[in-house]
Every structure is written in C-alpha cells, then in structure tokens.
Design a protein around this ligand. Structure first.
Ligand SMILES: *Cc1c(COP(=O)(O)O)cnc(C)c1O
Length: 815
C-alpha cells in the first residue's frame, strides 16, 4: 500500500492529529517486530488478552512517527496520530478498500488443513509467471488477513491469501474484506470445530468465502462439502479434487512407490513424479495441480514446477561458533519474508556486534533495483558491522548497503577470503538461497562438531508458557525459573528468549547464575533463591533480588546494602515456611521479622512460599494446609508492613492443580519445558527438548559373541548391534544399560545392550529394517519420551535434564 495519512483518514473516516502528508506503506502491529520504521505506522490493537496501547511508547522509541490507536496520548510529541474507534475494524476497512482497488487476480484458500503449505507451494510455482503477493507465514485471521492484503502494491498481478476462522460468523466478515476470484477449499477436518455445533455448520461457514468467486476448487472427498457446494454455487465453475473417482481431478493408478502418478483431469491424463506418497501430500498435490491447470499453465511446465517444490520449512538454527560467535543459520530458503523473519530473530541476541552473509534473492519477480533497494533498507536498519554479499545480482547494488560491505561471486570466494574467520564475539546471520550452499560457511564457523546434540525448541517453550498463562487471570505475573542452567537447557538462551517475550521475573538458584545473565545483557528482574553470604556484594552490584529466609540473612544482607552506599529501598523477597521445611520464616518468627524490617531501607517486593507436593494428588489435604498457612501468614505480615508486596506460591503443577491460589504471580519451571504430572495437561503441552545422536557403526554379532565391558551381553543368535556415541559421561546413567533402557530409531525402540561405556553404548537394532550407519538416534523426545526415559533411570524428568553433560552441544531452534 502507499497512502498519505490524509487518504487513510478519508478511506476509514478516522481523525488525524498531526501531519497529514506523511506517507504510510506498512503497518506494524507488534512493537517488537518492526522491520523498518520508514513509512511505517504502528497500530495499537486491543484484544481481550492484551492492550496494544501499552506498546505505543516502545514503538515510538524505535523511531515510529505515525500511531494508529483508539486513544490519543498527548505525552508524545512530533507524532502523527490516526485516532480510530476500533483498531481491528479500521484495519479491515482499510484492507477492504485497498483490495477492491487493486485489480489483481486473487486466490483465496480456506479449509482445516494444508492452507499454509498450499499457499507456499502455489507461490513457488507461480512467482515467475506473475508478480505475486502472498500472506506472510500463516497470517489468515481477522487481523492477519487485512495485514496481508495491505501488502498488495501496484505491480502485483496475483495475490494468494489464506483465510482462517475459529468461530461462527468470522468468514462472513472476512469475505466482506476479501472476495477471491478463485476459491480453494482444502480438506475439512473435525479437529478445529470446537466452536461449531457440527461439521455442517463449519462447512457452511467456510464456504462463505466463495460468495463472489468465479471458480471454486474444492476437496470433494467429503460428501457433505460436495453437496453443499453444488447446492449453493451451482452457477459457478466448480472443480472437485480428491481420492474418490467421482472427483473431476483424481489419481488414476494405484499408488505405489516406483511409478509416476497418473492424474485424471477431465478428459486428460497427466503423469506426475511425486516422491512423498503420504495422503496429506498427495491431497495437496492434487489441489495445487488443479489450480495450475485453471491458470492455464501447460502440462510440461506443471510437471517441472511440481518436481522442483521445496518442503515448506522455515527453520532457523542458532549454534555456537568459533571465537565466541553465535551463528544464526537459515541456508534453506530466501525471499523477503524469510529475510524479515531472520532479521527479527537476530534482534533477540544482545551481542554488541553483528555481521550478515546474504546472497542473491531467488524466487521474487520484481525488478532487481527495487528489490535490492528494499532489501538494503531492511538490512541497513540493523546496523550490521559487516555485510558480505554473494552473487551476481546483489553485488551490483553494493552502493545501497551502509557500513563495511564486501562482495563475492560465490560462497567459496568468501570462504577463501578469510574475512569470516577473523570475526570475534558477534552474531553472524547466514541467509542464502539454497543454490549458494552457504551451509558450507556454517561448517567453517561452527565450534564443535558433534553428532550428539540437545536440541531445544524455543517456540515450544513459548507455547507452554502461553498455555499456562491461559489458565491464569490476565494480570497475574509470571516468574520463569531458570536455575541450574535453566534445568540444563542453557540459562542465557532461554532467559534471553523469555525476556523478549516479556516474562515478568526470572528465578535463579545462586548469585553467579544471575551475574552471568546480567553480564550478557539480561535486564529482567532476577530473584536469587539461595543468596550465599559471600555473594551479597555481587547481588547488589548486579541489581539482583535476594530471597530472604531468616533474620540472620536479613541482617547480614542489610549490612551489605549499607556498605554499598545504596540509598534507594533495596528490593527483597520474603520466603515463608509453610510445610516444605527447606528455607523460610516460621509462623512464630513473623513478629520478629516485621520488627527487624521496620527501620531498614529495604522494600519487600514479594512474599512467597513453595509447595512440596502440588503434583501429588494424594497429598491434596496437605497442600491445602500449606496454602492456608501461606494465606494467613502473608496477610498478617502485609497488615503490619502497611504496603502490598506481590504474593506467589504456585509452581508449575500448582498452576494447573491449584489455579485459584495464583495470587499476584506464579513461578513456572518444568511446565514451560512441556512436562506435567497431569495427563490431560500433558496433552496440551509441547515437548521442547530432544536429545539426539547418530549411529557410528553397525556390526553383526555372531551367536555366543559378547558386547561391551565385562561381557554382560551375549548374542543368542546372529544379531545386528549398533554403536552410538553417547555414554555415562554425557549424562546417561550407567544403570540403564543391559536392556533397562532403550533409545529410538525410526520411531522404533532399540534396547541398550551390555554395560554403558563412558562415551559410547551399544544397542540392539536387529528388529529395525533399513537401519544404517549415520541414522539419527533419539535418546529421548518422542520415542522414548523424556518421561519414559526418566522412568528407565528411576528418577524424575528434572534430574534427567540437569544431568546432561555440558559437553553435549545445545542447539536452539525456532520455527
Ligand atoms: C524450581 C522452583 C520452582 C519451579 O518448580 P517446577 O516444579 O519446575 O514448576 C518454583 N519455585 C521455586 C522456589 C523453585 O525453586
């Protein structure tokens, strides 16, 4: 889009305060995700869960000068305000106008499954036929769809957009804004129909999108869909696809691995090579094929395009590099969207310096000059210390890039230049189209190359946090426990991520853990649960907040505060003993505590306690007693203090089992890692840790021969045994050898045979067909799960995680 503030106000009947001539080309709705401040307006969207207006200030801090909001705030000067009645309605009205004035050919995709993958595939097949715009990621909601439509500009010829709904009447609303010429209905499943009375109601709602479509392509395997579409839209051009032979488009031959598919399309037969033969992929291929036919792409081209499809995968990995660098690698695909995502990801690292390796952009059909100007704007915003450009096209536009910029014809030229190996203590982003093979650079810069890794999925952690938040009142704060290196996963990486997602507090066990986080740039408040006397000075110097659990600690800590010359009220957290009998003030000490606090320059930031058995249903009575004691004693203390500190007592299982006692804050630990003792809750959580390795060698062991130390395993027939490079020094307890534990290969369990060695162990793979050296082995994640693995070890998941040796490389994944 490209409108002046004045035009926007006229289109949407909004009020303007400030300069009306400013041009707006982009609208940002998340103050953390502002790719470029130039010609960008920030819209404050208020939802049930969150007030977008809270983030106006941070958007302005980032350099935004146009704000769209429901309320005007005169506090900010030199800002243009577009004042609207309702921000979501505003966005929809503007998008509707923009779409209706755009004149592009449009494809609208809806359905329960496959929307995003089909959109991406269509884009991959069509970008070089038409100048194409598409929804970013899976932006398909009441907010996401309007934002997607606003990306249309005057040179676009084709738009591919997703429309998704979760409630009745939503599609009618989306159709008001967006009425595609070609409608595509993917598979309808019953999975998301919780808000709909029946499947029928869901179908009725979804097909509303096609009210004004000329051509409707739909999955006809579902007879209810088939009937509904035929009834409602009989006058249109209707094309059904699916596995049933009654469809207009279906697969003629039986699906075997070797043969090409033969697709029937009206009176034609087309042979298609498709490698993956699962049902979901084939359904999507049929839909894609149908759209391409409808757009009159010729058959040989269709075959080539489908052959060249890439998996739709947007995965960024961050790995430790040599010389204290962090390498953020996305060498998989490169278009503007994925570049934006990667630049966003980079902001989450607090390293003072950063570099970028960027190749020619492939898969975008706009004029080079304009394209690279846009790319350079995005890049320049980030103030990279060095930018390395690779490829014939991008290097021609070196002049657009600020700062130290170097150009290379290909990846090898950059590798040979030795520039990269001189970089120290930076974040290095590798972003390249596949053909440039920039993963070679990753290999060069990677610190330790190990086949054994602990992979941590940060998005899963966020999901788990949000799930727990959804059980709580919106105003309840959350402290994330990142003690013991965040339960072994890496306290800095996890804390950095959580800080970015506005966690209220972090909790560590010892001061040095907090100091390390501060040194690396974490500014979120941090509570130290075990403040040792020798660490008081460090606590004060690094602005950490101690748990105070006795009058002795109170007095000693206060002496340190006085000595430091600190003259503001220093924040502390009072721990009450309610039944755990670990640390804390007992009931009879409260008066004495209160007297000792009286004239001290300290602020009780919070009062808290800890439940010993919130995960044990049989101990409910005891837990209720603990909660009652906490209520009583904390109230007593607050009455005497005369002010209201935060109160908190629930840990993860407390959140799920004793939600009513959330007070002002909760402390999440294992729950954010996706583990719960409650089976129903467990189903809602995502596992976030995967301990993986690969098979080093496979041997055939003859009957009677033995495996490993002390000959504890002897083959009773010719047996296939694999050796994997993890052992007790990596944190696998030796006691799970000799068939007590198993690992997973191709999702099949393989028992550990013989004694576990220090760095290796052997497993029985006799029953696994097709197993070969180099195959991935799952120590735990899904098969076996972390819980099952903990059972082999006769312990709890907490101990399994914290026992994994530091030598196992941690890799952080974001989807
Ligand atoms: C570790 C810890 C938690 C978190 O416990 P989970 O069971 O992992 O949720 C909460 N509070 C305190 C004081 C802790 O030490």
């Amino acid at each position: 889009m490209n409108y002046t503030v004045q035009q926007i106000a006229e289109i949407t009947r909004a009020k303007v305060i400030g300069d009306t001539t400013t041009v707006v080309k982009n609208i940002a709705f998340d103050s953390r995700i502002i790719y470029s401040t130039k010609n960008t307006a920030f819209i404050a969207i208020n939802t049930k869960k969150n007030s977008g207006e809270k983030f106006v200030e941070s958007a302005i801090d980032r350099g935004i000068t146009v704000i769209i909001a429901e309320h005007y705030d005169p506090k900010f000067i030199n800002i243009t305000w577009i004042i609207v009645e309702n921000a979501i309605t505003f966005l929809q009205n503007l998008a509707k106008y923009h779409f209706e004035h755009s004149h592009l050919k449009s494809i609208g995709i809806t359905g329960s499954n496959g929307k995003t993958i089909l959109k991406e595939w269509l884009y991959q097949c069509l970008w070089n036929e038409y100048s194409t715009v598409k929804s970013p990621k899976s932006f398909n909601s009441q907010i996401g769809l309007p934002l997607s439509l606003l990306q249309i500009n005057t040179n676009h010829q084709l738009g591919i957009f997703e429309a998704g709904i979760s409630q009745p009447f939503e599609m009618q609303n989306l159709e008001e804004i967006f009425h595609p010429k070609i409608g595509l209905l993917t598979h309808i499943g019953t999975a998301h129909s919780a808000n709909f009375k029946s499947e029928e109601e869901l179908i009725d709602e979804k097909i509303q999108l096609f009210k004004r479509s000329e051509i409707i392509i739909y999955n006809g395997d579902n007879s209810l869909t088939e009937n509904k579409i035929q009834q409602l839209y009989s006058g249109r051009k209707l094309i059904s696809y699916g596995f049933k032979e009654s469809n207009d488009v279906y697969i003629k031959n039986t699906i075997s691995k070797e043969e090409d598919l033969i697709i029937a399309y009206h009176n034609e037969e087309i042979r298609l090579p498709v490698h993956q033969r699962d049902e979901a992929t084939l359904t999507n291929v049929l839909a894609l094929f149908t759209v391409l036919k409808v757009l009159h792409i010729d058959n040989t081209k269709i075959v080539d395009k489908i052959n060249a499809l890439k998996a739709v995968e947007m995965r960024l990995e961050a790995i430790e590099g040599i010389k204290n660098n962090i390498i953020v690698n996305d060498s998989f695909n490169l278009d503007l969207d994925s570049l934006k995502t990667a630049l966003q990801f980079l902001k989450e690292y607090n390293k003072p310096k950063k570099s970028l390796v960027l190749t020619d952009i492939i898969g975008v059909n706009s004029k080079s000059e304009e394209l690279y100007e846009e790319v350079s704007e995005l890049v320049n915003e980030q103030n990279f210390d060095s930018v390395f450009l690779i490829g014939e096209e991008i290097t021609q536009f070196k002049k657009f890039f600020n700062g130290a910029t170097f150009t290379f014809n290909d990846t090898y030229e950059l590798i040979d230049s030795k520039y990269l190996t001189d970089i120290e203590n930076q974040v290095i982003l590798l972003k390249g189209a596949r053909k440039f093979e920039i993963e070679k650079i990753k290999d060069l810069l990677e610190l330790r190359k190990h086949d054994t890794v602990l992979e941590i999925n940060l998005n899963a952690i966020l999901h788990n946090i949000n799930y727990h938040k959804s059980l709580l009142r919106p105003e309840t704060k959350m402290m994330a426990m990142v003690k013991a290196n965040a339960y072994g996963l890496g306290s800095y990486e996890v804390s950095e991520f959580l800080q970015h997602h506005h966690i209220d507090y972090l909790g560590v066990a010892y001061a040095d853990e907090g100091v390390e986080l501060r040194k690396k740039g974490i500014t979120t408040p941090i509570v130290v649960m075990n403040p040792e006397q020798h660490s008081y000075d460090a606590i004060i110097q690094y602005n950490l907040e101690p748990e105070i659990y006795s009058v002795r600690v109170l007095d000693l800590f206060y002496k340190a505060v006085q000595k430091s010359g600190n003259d503001t009220k220093y924040p502390i957290h009072i721990k009450l003993e309610t039944g755990m009998h670990r640390l804390g003030f007992k009931e009879h000490e409260l008066d004495y505590l209160y007297e000792s606090l009286k004239d001290k320059n300290l602020k009780v930031q919070s009062i808290f306690s800890h439940l010993s058995s919130s995960d044990v249903p049989e101990e409910k009575e005891f837990t209720v007693q603990q909660l009652e004691k906490f209520r009583k004693n904390s109230e007593y203390l607050i009455k005497n203090l005369g002010y209201q500190p935060l109160r908190h007592i629930l840990n993860s299982s407390g959140i799920t089992n004793y939600t009513d006692n959330q007070y002002d804050m909760v402390r999440i630990g294992i729950g954010m890692l996706g583990e719960s003792s409650n089976i129903e809750i467990q189903k809602q959580l995502h596992s976030c840790v995967s301990f993986k390795t690969v098979i080093s060698q496979i041997s055939l062991v003859e009957k009677g021969e033995s495996v490993g130390y002390s000959r504890k395993y002897k083959a009773d027939h010719l047996t296939k045994i694999a050796t994997i490079p993890v052992g007790y020094a990596d944190g696998i307890p030796r006691l799970i050898g000799n068939s007590v534990g198993s690992v997973g290969i191709h999702k099949i369990l393989a028992p550990i045979v013989g004694n576990i060695c220090m760095d290796m162990m052997m497993i029985n793979v006799d029953h696994i067909t097709g197993v070969k050296e180099g195959d991935i082995v799952t120590v735990f994640n899904s098969k076996p799960t972390l819980k099952e693995f903990a059972e082999y070890c006769k312990t709890i998941t907490y101990e399994v995680l914290t026992s994994i040796s530091p030598r196992v490389k941690r890799i952080y994944i974001k989807d």
